[in-house]
Design a protein around this ligand. Structure first.
Ligand code: G3H
Length: 255
């Protein structure tokens, strides 16, 4: 805390918390665009917030990405989370295995001794495939569990970076561009006003579920993500935000 005071991070935390009406903001020193160490610190702070806000026997939905994966790495056995259930927030988004929500939910569960449920849905779902999948009793059942989540933990990405990482087709890239997509979180794309402009065709938590979720925790860092993070905050349903100094300084400049 003394270090944070010296760096002015406590002041930045308050400014962002007040501007967006958040429950809590945590800023770790550094910029994860340039430092793996800062990314680990984000993971550590994310893990601490997850523990702080989790209640007994909660269902916790987690989204994919390298940042939430780092949270999983920083979790350790805790009696506190034993009765909890980790689930993926949504089905396939086109990520490699290490970054998929299923992988991260199961890692979090294994590290904490909590339970987990997985959702197996192929990437790039067609409308037909979607319609038949949601009729499947097994899928329906797990979706019902996911939609009961009291807490969601997710990363935030830049729209085009995410679209490219997930090998989205050219047409979709053009659509995202013309819609002014700036940020991506849990499979939804947002413009600079925080409006949803596009969604990845998959199943799991819907945007209206996120709006109802009691505790939404966003974790993201790197100065390159500042605009994306601000866009998701304007969407207006985040409760706890964990970012790094690099992102925070640029966000506050534009507030
Ligand atoms: O939805 C956002 C992305 O999953 C963020 O991914 O944490 O690897 O940047 P990242």
């Amino acid at each position: 805390p003394i270090m944070k005071e010296l760096l002015g991070l406590t002041d930045l935390e308050e400014q962002i918390q007040n501007r967006y009406g958040l429950k809590q903001v945590v800023i770790v020193p550094g910029d994860s665009d340039f430092s793996e160490y800062t990314k680990k610190e984000l993971g550590r702070a994310g893990a601490a917030m997850l523990l702080k806000y989790a209640a007994k026997e909660d269902i916790i939905a987690v989204a994919g990405g390298s940042t939430t994966s780092e949270i999983a790495n920083q979790l350790s056995a805790s009696t506190h989370l034993k009765g909890n259930l980790f689930v993926p927030a949504r089905g396939g988004l086109g990520e490699m295995l290490e970054l998929q929500a299923n992988t991260i939910a199961s890692n979090m569960a294994k590290r904490t001794g909590a339970g987990y449920r997985l959702l197996h849905v192929p990437d790039h779902l067609s409308e037909d495939a979607y319609q038949s999948l949601i009729q499947e009793p097994n899928i329906k059942e797990i979706i019902d569990v996911i939609r009961k989540s009291r807490m969601v933990v997710h990363g935030i990405g830049e729209a085009m970076v995410m679209a490219e990482r997930r090998k989205v087709d050219e047409t979709t890239i053009r659509i995202l561009d013309s819609e002014g997509a700036l940020a991506e979180a849990f499979g939804y794309y947002f413009n600079d006003k925080g409006e949803v402009v596009h969604q990845i065709p998959t199943i799991g938590l819907r945007i209206e579920d996120i709006e109802q979720t009691e505790v939404v925790i966003g974790v993201a860092g790197g100065s390159s993500k500042s605009e994306a993070i601000s866009a998701v905050l304007k969407f207006g349903h985040e409760d706890v935000l964990i970012i790094d100094e690099g992102a925070a300084v640029k966000m506050v400049e534009k507030m």
